[in-house]
Design a protein around this ligand. Structure first.
Ligand SMILES: *Cc1c(COP(=O)(O)O)cnc(C)c1O
Length: 405
């Protein structure tokens, strides 16, 4: 019985095969590598019913994860986040079957921990000594924390505007951290140059190593398992690099081949901010790839990605699943964030709030029907973005009184 049924890596553009048991970056044509498994072997060795009895973290799906030896699993308990009904807010926007997958509850407060847990575990298994990455904040925080746990070094470069808490998370876990007066693509160029000078350090930028997708795809496995091994009608996802959306779609295709779910796929919605919407523009124009946008800006920092390496995979997943792509404004994001908190007690991150705006708008347009089951990914906790709420309340004198009402 294998812990993992990892088979090989495959170029996402040409289908060429690569050895999974060596450290790999992108394919020869510069495209992301996708991880392939012996799914017949998985089907023969485990059933959904057996999975039900396993510990409540993402490693419950270890047959379809890339780590071969359980001794290399680096975990802080990530995964199996709640799939919460939102009855009040759902009724308010006309989608009573609205559910929120709350990734604010994973270690480091964002779903980046899923990719980091699997990516770091596999890097450690393959003998990597340190990881290096550009980040909009949350990924760097997650990878530094998991690298610390695995005993690996980490080099992180992030824009000066990235959420300040994420700097502290890198520093506290011992990362070598630099800030750059620019965007994530500028940070990326600096990291690339540094890694060339540092043997033993692997560049783990978004989709430049194969295993982060595998961590994030577990959101798809969990959604299906939590619904009793069936899929919802629609899943909305805030797309920056798009790893989670690519991963969820990959999970759906794997589960379908395994016979764990039926033929139906959820319609995937890529949500972006008006100030940075290369994927939405490409979708609207019927293009297979996006164009680099200059001077992008949004308070939803996790989705401020001017050009994603895997843009074509996001567009493919959206189209193949019958989904769509939507952009929303920062003002709408802040308003919706307040609605969620007052109606449901849920302080979501701006990226998650963007998906709620999109759900509301797609319902208004009739793209989402009233009776449909809709899952929104809240990709992080609102606690990491305290500036989304301004507090303007009176201070009382010690001998004063609370005003009568
Ligand atoms: C990184 C991030 C995203 C976007 O994730 P991608 O995989 O890059 O598309 C969304 N929300 C939050 C909170 C993030 O940190």
């Amino acid at each position: 019985m294998s812990f993992s049924h990892l088979s090989h890596l495959e170029c996402s553009r040409t289908g060429a095969r690569y050895d999974a048991d060596q450290v790999q970056g992108v394919s020869d044509v510069g495209a992301p590598l996708l991880v392939r498994y012996d799914l017949d072997g998985v089907r023969a060795s485990v059933t959904p019913a057996e999975i039900a009895g396993r510990p409540h973290d993402l490693w419950r799906y270890h047959e379809v994860l890339p780590v071969r030896d359980p001794a290399h699993v680096t975990t802080l308990g990530e995964g199996m986040t709640p799939l919460l009904p939102l009855p009040s807010y759902g009724a308010h926007i006309g989608v009573p079957g609205l559910l929120m997958k709350d990734e604010g509850l994973v270690p480091t407060g964002s779903f980046k921990a899923r990719g980091a847990a699997v990516g770091v575990s596999r890097a450690r298994e393959l003998g990597v000594e340190a990881v290096a990455m550009p980040t909009n904040g949350n990924a760097g925080a997650a990878w530094s924390v998991y690298a610390a746990r695995a005993g690996l070094g980490s080099l992180i470069v992030m824009p000066v505007d990235a959420p300040e808490i994420t700097r502290r998370e890198c520093v506290v876990s011992g990362a070598e951290l630099y800030l750059v007066d620019g965007l994530i693509n500028h940070a990326g160029a600096l990291v690339k140059a540094a890694v060339a000078e540092r043997p033993g350090t692997q560049e783990v930028s978004t989709l430049k190593e194969p295993y982060r997708i595998e961590g994030k795809k577990t959101m798809g496995y969990e959604i299906a398992e939590q619904l009793g091994w069936r899929v919802p009608d629609v899943i909305l996802y805030p797309a920056g690099g798009g790893v989670g959306l690519i991963g969820i779609h990959k999970a759906m295709l794997e589960m379908r081949e395994l016979g764990w779910i039926g033929a139906k796929l959820p319609r995937l919605v890529a949500v972006q901010a008006d100030g940075c919407k290369p994927i939405v523009d490409a979708f609207d124009a019927g293009l297979d790839e996006s164009t680099l946008v200059e001077g992008t800006h949004t308070l939803a920092f996790g989705i401020n990605v001017p050009k994603a390496l895997g843009d074509f995979l996001v567009l493919q997943a959206v189209r193949e699943s019958g989904g769509t792509a939507v952009a929303v404004t920062d003002e709408e994001i802040l308003t919706e964030l307040g609605e969620l908190a007052t109606r449901e007690g849920a302080w979501v991150c701006p990226e998650g709030a963007a998906c709620f705006v999109a759900a509301r708008q797609l319902r208004e347009r009739g793209w989402i029907a009233e009776g449909e089951e809709v899952v929104v990914l809240n990709t992080g906790t609102g606690l990491k973005y305290p500036d989304t709420v301004s507090v303007d309340v009176p201070t009382l004198a010690r001998d004063g009184a609370v005003p009568a009402r």
